[in-house]
Design a protein around this ligand. Structure first.
Ligand code: F6P
Length: 373
């Protein structure tokens, strides 16, 4: 097997706290322990397509561990295996029906890696970005995956980095609306990120003592939520906290879409369910309601120490995996152990969702938290 001398790091998809600590851990381990040359791919897969590489030295990564985002930048639009074609002016090309025209541009990326002399690449991503990582591995690229997403919905790992910070921010949000809600006897609805999985809302909802938690995995009946609030009111609790995931579904199964980004690999952006729920609850209960959307506040800022440690563990383990020839695999957390799993298995399985009959939902219900079911 060809010796590994030069490696690259790529951050793809929505950013999240912990990316920089992973970049730091990979770079430091690769240089200090193995004497490797380390490159960063800028702007995610977009940069891989354009050959946008920079050299990373120890000094470049020394002080990045407290920074949110990614010093390498990211893109959550670019799937090189299904890439929208652009004309010479950079405009999207459409067919006769007005539909975007796509091509497989992955060979360009493979060629760029070869030209730059990169022997292996670390890809930090969630479900979508790691699907491409798997596809590059299938083409013979030496890929190591590192699981990133605030949603914590990636299969085969108990936790992704970024999740703990996002939950901490969301919990703080719930704590803050609680005091103002209490002062004005209001229903305070907080919309928390999470498209298909309600992990963040469930964890923050329990930590922040929400009265109702609405998540995509448990379709809600708004009347049931209103009944719970009325009951609490009758028992003397005259304010309520409702934690709602942006992907929460009412009984008709519909989610609230905020915008469609046509040339994005995953074009739907959700948002607005918090305002809808607040409006409905105000009408049904007669109590004043207010909605707050946390949105990207959850994705920005300093990673928690827990996320920094997980990032360091993942970064170190990823370099070890690479030096042991574990390509096409992803580092993962199982219990308190770092393990590695095949990207084929991670991507082959559906995303990881909240079990409506699992421990967390069960304990929340036992404490009187309403899920609208
Ligand atoms: O997947 C992470 C995530 O933050 C989701 O929770 C959210 O729905 C989405 O990304 C938002 O994406 P964007 O930054 O493109 O608005």
């Amino acid at each position: 097997m060809k010796e590994i001398k030069k490696v690259a790091i790529l951050t793809a998809g929505g950013d999240c706290p912990g990316l920089n600590p992973v970049i730091r851990a990979v770079t430091k381990t690769a240089i200090t322990k193995y004497g490797l040359e380390v490159m960063g791919v800028r702007h995610g897969y977009f940069g891989l397509y354009h050959g946008d590489f920079i050299k990373l030295g120890l000094e470049d990564v020394e002080d990045i561990f407290t920074k949110g985002g990614t010093i390498l930048y990211s893109s959550n639009k670019d799937n090189l295996f299904q890439y929208p074609v652009k004309d010479e002016n950079g405009n999207l090309v459409r067919d006769e029906n007005g539909k975007l025209v796509y091509e497989d541009a992955s060979d360009v990326a493979v060629e760029n890696l070869k030209k730059a002399g990169i022997d292996a690449i670390f890809i930090l991503g969630g479900d979508g970005s790691l699907t491409s990582a798997r596809d590059f591995a299938r083409k013979g690229v030496k890929v190591i995956g590192i699981p990133k997403t605030i949603d914590n919905d990636l299969a085969h790992t108990d936790y992704t980095f970024g999740f703990d910070t996002a939950v901490t921010v969301a919990t703080d949000g719930l704590d803050r609306v609680r005091t103002t809600g209490m002062s004005h006897h209001r229903i305070m609805v907080v919309e928390i990120m999470g498209r298909g999985a309600g992990w963040m809302t469930l964890h923050a909802g329990i930590a922040g003592a929400a009265d109702a938690i609405l998540i995509p995995e448990i379709p809600y009946d708004i009347n049931k939520v209103a009944e719970k609030i009325q009951k609490d009111k009758a028992n003397g609790k005259d304010f309520s906290i409702v934690a709602v995931a942006e992907g929460a579904k009412s009984l008709d199964g519909k989610q609230v879409v905020s915008k469609i980004i046509e040339d994005s690999a995953d074009s739907i952006r959700l948002g607005g369910v918090g305002a809808l729920v607040a409006d409905q609850l105000e009408k049904l209960t007669g109590s004043e309601a207010r909605a707050t959307t946390l949105g990207h506040i959850q994705r920005g800022g300093t990673p928690t120490s827990r996320d920094r440690i997980l990032s360091a563990r993942y970064g170190y383990a990823a370099v070890e995996l690479c030096m042991n020839g574990g390509f096409g695999r992803m580092v993962a957390l199982r219990g308190d152990k770092i393990i590695d799993v095949s990207l084929e298995d991670v991507i082959g399985q559906k995303t990881k969702n909240v079990d409506p009959n699992g421990e967390y939902v069960t304990l929340a219900k036992a404490m009187g938290i309403c899920f609208g079911d």
